[in-house]
Design a protein around this ligand. Structure first.
Ligand code: AQP
Length: 346
């Protein structure tokens, strides 16, 4: 990899039930990153299904494998081409776990302890019966840092909820370089200008989430069109009538969320949405957004069905991706080991 060369990395959790927020905030950007990478210039977009992150909360081992296949099929159905990007399963590339341990030496305990995601997830788990909060959940951001830093990635496309974790991984890379010499690349966030934080349809002050909120607040990528339309029809708005943005504290978070979703799905700006729906009332607007989202996701759902029916092919794709990923990460790990003085010298 030479100076100034672009290298994209992002990871996604293996859940079969990816929601519209994941799609708009992350998956859509993955495809754009793949399209924008210039292979002839040695640029590469690397996407990883993070099964090792999934083991930090309660899970079923057999189901985890299934969910990895679900997510792989969703990503390919959304437009990732395993020939043009590196698409693989985190657990297949051992460099991630090794680097996670090594980076633990330059990660401050206090930094991990102030991560919003750690605090929220920990609280969520503690409210459940038989609560068990794993050390893995606490260390999650170090593994996330290792995922990215193992590839000397320059950009990390993620939604707004990952802002704090990306800041921490940048701090870890900087601290490593200060302590052991210039070895790692300090990556930049790539948070989309529109759609970085899609909100829950029933509670538009909270992000649409896989684990928080109820079923009616989130729309799944693979959901049937009728279900999607129904959820948008019952989206929570406000007592007004005008389809327009009011800004922070303006009390129109629900409408703003729907405007943002329509902007992404139709590829237009918010002014256009406001002009088109001027005086139309919320009912018609919500129905139009539901129709547009159903239409937007339908081709993904159709392609998914064909891809998911062939798990052996999905496994072959992941294995080929892991080989490419390991070839990129192994030399970085060798540099890290040397810089830190661990293991036998090269
Ligand atoms: N509501 C959202 N709007 C925009 N982007 C979002 N992302 C998540 N929620 C929204 C982005 O989706 C990417 C993949 O996320 P993930 O599957 O790894 O899980 P996550 O970040 O933990 O978010 P989830 O799926 O909603 O799960 P929980 O409930 O655990 O928080 C990430 O880039 C994320 O930013």
């Amino acid at each position: 990899m030479s100076a100034g060369q672009r290298r994209i990395f992002s990871g996604i959790q293996p859940t079969g039930r990816k929601h519209l927020g994941n799609y708009i905030g992350a998956i859509r950007q993955y495809v754009e990153g793949q399209e924008a990478s210039d292979e002839t210039a040695g640029e590469v977009a690397i996407y990883c299904i993070v099964d090792l992150h999934a083991v930090t909360v309660a899970y079923d081992p057999a189901e985890l494998r299934e969910r990895v296949h679900d997510t792989t099929a969703i990503l390919i159905a959304a437009g990732l081409d395993p020939e043009r990007c590196v698409l693989f399963r985190q657990g297949d590339v051992r460099e991630h776990t090794e680097l996670c341990w090594l980076l633990g030496g330059v990660t401050a305990w206090g930094d991990l302890n102030r991560m919003h995601q750690w605090k929220t997830k920990r609280e969520q788990i503690e409210q459940q019966t038989g609560a068990f909060v794993s050390a893995g959940l606490f260390n999650y951001p170090i593994l996330q840092a290792a995922d990215v830093l193992a590839y000397r990635a320059t950009e990390v496309p993620v939604g707004d909820d990952q802002r704090q974790h990306i800041e921490l991984m940048r701090e870890i890379a900087r601290r490593f370089n200060e302590r052991f010499g210039e070895t790692l690349v300090v990556p930049e966030h790539r948070i989309p200008g529109v759609g970085a934080r899609i909100m829950d349809l029933q509670d538009p002050t909270s992000k649409m989430s896989t684990t928080a909120g109820g079923e009616s607040g989130r729309v799944y990528v693979l959901e049937e069109p009728d279900g999607i339309r129904k959820k948008f029809r019952s989206a929570v708005t406000d007592s007004g009538r005008e389809v327009r943005r009011a800004g922070p504290g303006g009390g129109k978070e629900g409408i703003e969320n729907l405007i943002e979703i329509l902007c992404v799905v139709r590829g237009i700006g918010p002014e256009q949405v406001e002009a088109e729906f001027e005086g139309s009332g919320y009912g018609d607007f919500k129905a139009a957004v539901g129709d547009a989202v159903a239409e937007y996701l339908a081709p993904v759902r159709e392609r998914y069905a064909a891809l998911r029916a062939d798990p052996a092919e999905l496994e072959r794709t992941l294995a080929a991706g892991a080989e490419k990923a390991a070839a990129l990460a192994a030399p970085v790990l060798a540099d890290v080991r040397d810089a830190m003085g661990v293991a036998a010298p090269r």
